[in-house]
Design a protein around this ligand. Structure first.
Ligand SMILES: Nc1ncnc2c1ncn2[C@@H]1O[C@H](COP(=O)(O)OP(=O)(O)OP(=O)(O)O)[C@@H](O)[C@H]1O
Ligand SMILES: [Mg+2]
Length: 273
């Protein structure tokens, strides 16, 4: 049992997890008559790999969309780095160091792998068009820095062979990897992954799992991910939030949630009353 009241904890595999990075407090999200999220609280610790699981329609993507600023909660508070976050636009949330991938891949199909990953640098670009015109030197230096950062990501994700290929021509598994690359290009503090392994075969899942672990290990990136494959969730994550019909029904280590009766019932499709 983890001591969740402490500032940090050491994982089973010996990694030091820090204090609270992001905290959702009593979040409710309604779409007309549908309550997608009902009064959910949980936190994400610095350096942690945090999974959000639950059956279809449980509200998992909606929760990620609240974190990334795509949805504004009907009630509740979002706290990031010790401060309550005011209502922000998605690009402002991105500037705070939160990057994401989407459940349905959202890449520019006609553009190359390299150029798609480059779009991930946008939030970090300082020179405005005007500044570029006045002071060409600074803009060129910045451009070189961005290119180098993108090349590093391409090496890291082992996709050198497809750097010039339009992503629309790539198999699905590689598109998912390019999308991860685009999110990494923003050098996020917190990385949100919505079903990064959906539709992949076993080998592709193993590759993606390894990249997720390496991102966490090498860059110290905190990761929140939604995933349906329980084997993957159990292998990757330090703590798991379980959602069902918009409610939180479990929260703890993989072992704890696996033994939780409410979680077992939700997954076995036992009727709810
Ligand atoms: N933009 C929206 N407008 C109206 N209803 C929405 C919207 N987004 C989500 N919902 C509803 O909110 C509920 C939760 O949906 P959500 O996509 O968050 O679930 P999920 O857990 O990600 O499911 P899945 O595993 O199928 O991806 C569903 O009932 C869905 O129909
Ligand atoms: Mg979803």
């Amino acid at each position: 049992m983890l001591d969740q009241s402490a500032d940090g904890y050491v994982t089973e595999d010996g990694r030091q997890i820090g204090g609270v990075l992001m905290e959702m407090r009593n979040i409710t999200l309604k779409f007309g008559g549908v309550t997608a999220i009902e009064n959910i609280s949980f936190d994400i610790r610095e350096g942690e790999i945090r999974a959000i699981i639950g059956p279809n329609g449980a509200g998992k993507s909606s929760m990620l969309n609240v974190i990334s600023g795509f949805y504004v909660p009907s009630e509740g508070e979002v706290w990031f780095r010790g401060a309550r976050r005011p209502q922000l636009k998605p690009y402002q949330v991105a500037r705070q160091g939160i990057a994401r991938t989407f459940q349905n891949i959202a890449l520019f199909h006609g553009m190359s792998t390299l150029d798609n990953i480059m779009t991930g640098r946008m939030t970090l670009m300082k020179s405005s068009i005007g500044a570029q015109a006045i002071w060409k030197g600074a803009a060129e230096r910045e451009e070189t820095e961005h290119r180098e950062a993108v090349e590093k990501i391409i090496d890291f994700l082992e996709i050198q062979a497809i750097r010039k290929t339009p992503v629309g021509r790539l198999p699905y598994g590689l598109q998912k990897r390019v999308e991860l690359g685009r999110a990494l290009a923003a050098e996020p503090k917190l990385l949100l992954l919505d079903e990064p392994m959906a539709g992949m075969n076993v080998e592709e899942k193993e590759d993606m799992s390894r990249f997720i672990l390496d991102v966490n290990d090498e860059f110290g990136t905190t990761i929140a991910l939604i995933e349906h494959d329980m084997g993957v969730v159990m292998d990757l994550s330090d703590r798991v939030v379980v959602m069902d019909y918009g409610k939180k029904i479990g929260d703890g280590t993989p072992d704890e949630v696996r033994g939780n009766q409410a979680v077992i019932d939700a997954y076995l499709g036992v009727s709810h009353d």
